[in-house]
Design a protein around this ligand. Sequence first.
Ligand code: TYD
Ligand code: MG
Length: 461
Amino acid sequence: MAKIKSAYFCQSCGYESAKWLGKCPSCNQWNTFVEEIIQKPSAAVPEWKGPGGTSRVAKPSAIHEIAYTEESRLATPDHEFNRVLGGGIVPGSLVLIGGEPGIGKSTLMLQLALNLKGKKILYVSGEESEQQIKMRAERLSQAEPAKDGTGVFILTETSTQNIFKQIEILEPDLIIIDSIQTLHSAHIDSTPGSVSQVRECAAELMRFAKETATPVFLIGHITKDGSIAGPKILEHMVDTVLQFEGDRHHVYRILRAVKNRFGSASELGIYEMQGVGLREVSNPSEILLSQRDEELTGITISAMLEGVRPMLIETQALVSASAYGTPQRSATGFDTKRMNMLLAVLEKRCGFRLSAKDVFLNIAGGLRVEDPAVDLGIIVAIISSHEDISVSSKICFAAEVGLSGEIRAVNRIEHRIAEAQKLGFEQIYISKYNQKGIDPTRYTIEIKTSSKIEDVFASLF
Ligand code: TYD
Ligand code: MG
């Protein structure tokens, strides 16, 4: 019997210490240290050796001799998923999919597995029984089972050693682990979900993925503050971290690449949760813009970027006389501090008396916007509601507003203009300083440029 060794781990960030500590020196959280037993691998636990049980000895190879083609990526039938991964699944990659409980991670991965034809996929679940997964699969796909031994195989197992045994028998092309927090390895003695277990299980799976070039997807839970539960270390170990997010009360879900060794980390995919699984939303602007027949006041459309993807969103403002001494300021989907700053600009630079007014702001569709290019649209929406004059639904905006009321340039303006034109807008208001980079003859949409918000108001109201 090997000597039992234990250490204290911060359950928030994974910091390891020999003694118990009240405050974590790494993440400054209080009372997060838990003793975990870590055991040296002993002869009693057989170590996974690689395909066929032989341990492969790596040798250096010249970089130009290494065979690689873009085609070695496995493109899935889900275009949004491919886009987020940077063009498909890379062989031997370890991908972590994080998200709050109930957001649809298991649904996303099972649906992906069911739709991937001609591949052997092993879906390991430590959370649900075979019957429960079957029930879900019935909802997601009515496809006939493949006869050639490919398809989805379900394994309800939590011990990594047993999982590897089954992997050797089945030889799958793709592995999905639901979830990494339920796995445990016999090399470590602490409970599943603890820092040292999660780290060890992920390390074993990583070794397996790299040695056999089999892609492995890990589903991971997320803590209340939005980080992936357990160690931050997990994020460093894997090749790609995808975040599945969205409001549980809204039907839209966003799959975002947080880290990607094989592609851009600013890509995102949008899905709609339906009764029969997730549907890809290939044109997000369509769902974010409400269909309205009549012109309403306090509504404008902005061309914003989510990652590198342009989309048009609706900003709604309501300005009303305040019933109390302190007016209410509330924003949904937009930073309240930034809204206050924009209100101060309107008050000081343009002379609008807004200090005795309640101002409510809402970004339609349950989205959170951080792109400063929505500033101009928000300012116009506020004034439209304040003055009770509507803005045509054929006009959109893309510019940042500075503290002195100047209209500032934003990045990737051509993408924004092209998207607005594609969706049938007739005019787009942008900053004068964005004018240089664009060739207006390429667009049929009318491009209005200004340098001060007063000019925009003069032309609109
Ligand atoms: P699930 O994939 O179990 O979430 P996670 O694995 O992230 O915890 O998703 C559960 C939610 O999705 C549940 O509230 C029901 C809903 N859902 C649908 O709306 N339609 C469907 O077809 C399925 C399978 C689930
Ligand atoms: Mg689940």
